[in-house]
Design a protein around this ligand. Sequence first.
Ligand code: GDP
Length: 444
Amino acid sequence: MNILDEFDTIAAPATPIGAGGVGVIRISGEKAFNIIEQIFSNPKFEPRKFNLGWILDNGKKIDEVIVLPFFAPNSYTGENVIEIQCHGGINVVKNILNLVLKHGARMAEKGEFTKRAFLNKRMDLSQAESVADIIHAKTSDFANVSMKNLSGVLREKINDIRNDIFEVLSKITAGIDFPEDVKEPEYDYLQESFQKIISQIDEVLKGAETSNIFRQGASVAIIGKPNVGKSSLFNALLSLDRAIVTDIAGTTRDVLRETLDLGIPVTLVDTAGIREDDEVSKVEQIGIEYSKQSLDEADLVLFVYDASQGLSEEDKEVLKLLKNKKHIVIANKADLVSERNADTLYISALTGEGIAELKTDLTTKVCGIEPETLDFVTNTRQQECLKKARASMEQAYLAARLNELQDLISIDVKSAILALDELTGELITDDILNNIFENFCIGK
Ligand code: GDP
């Protein structure tokens, strides 16, 4: 759809299609109230009050529903919005939606409600993008941090940086435009300001890796000799998360791979399933097997040994293989030992001792920071904009060091502002916008 398309009235189910307690149909646009008046038995609406009544098709009762009216501009999209809460059956929702479409609404495209919210300035682009993140979040931490984006944390950070850049630009421009009255800013001041801005951008980019891991997940392999407790650890980590995973309909379990919510989504690979059954499970074998199967793919390796046996020569050989890999050495069966090394992570897959600590260690190692300390997330599009802004500021900084003409410096400074405007959506093309909302679902 073209960005300049008139804002006709759109409708879509806002809840997943399927059997459920409640189904919600959302209508947004000028005709929203007009449409509901034609098909609802109780159409006298007041702001912030819901109405109970029947959806009627030529007088025939279709379903008893609750209708929530939102008067423009106080709605999600900024337009007149009607939400119909009906019974959550596929065909009830379909019948009501068809009726709404028959009376003048058009089926909404993916993300069109949120796109309107953005175009009507109810939110900036970083907030609109966070809506998709919240819906698709694979872990509760990611949902939480995306919610911070929705509340505008990233937007404010970007606006602060933009304001700082703008302040310097104003000084440069004043010096250029009114050379008699305004002195051009000192080069020292420019260098200092640009450097400060670059570190502000770096600060925002710092969480980029974690943001990406939140979306893509991390692969973690458990390795170690037979009988050290790899499967038990796998299950212990799983049970931390089990309640939530098993409740999701359609989740299938694989013996070897399991995706857990450990703050970040973690695909745990239990290599116990690929171990050799014979007694000659030699280091070479372990090395070849593991390096091929899971070490290469893994973002992190959990190396387990038996604390009651200590580190064997074989263990030490395997550890050498992990030299260039992010890994955590774990002494399992801590319940069997009384003496402990201060610098070793002791756990007991049996009693659960140390499992929570391991979980924190794991997420911190994979992300570089503890995911729950993140204040906001960025996506690749936003990261690209930030990198563009940074590169321009870097250019401006170098130019300032060389005492270049301030006219020239201002070109880079302006490009940095444009890159940030692209991030917030102040300056955005149709294509980019459509691309962003393509990732949404219908009804959002
Ligand atoms: P894997 O071959 O490395 O996958 O090891 P398993 O998970 O199958 O465990 C081997 C044996 O060690 C089983 O009998 C487990 O019950 C036992 N085991 C695993 N973890 C612990 C632990 O933390 N403490 C004790 N005492 N036994 C454990």
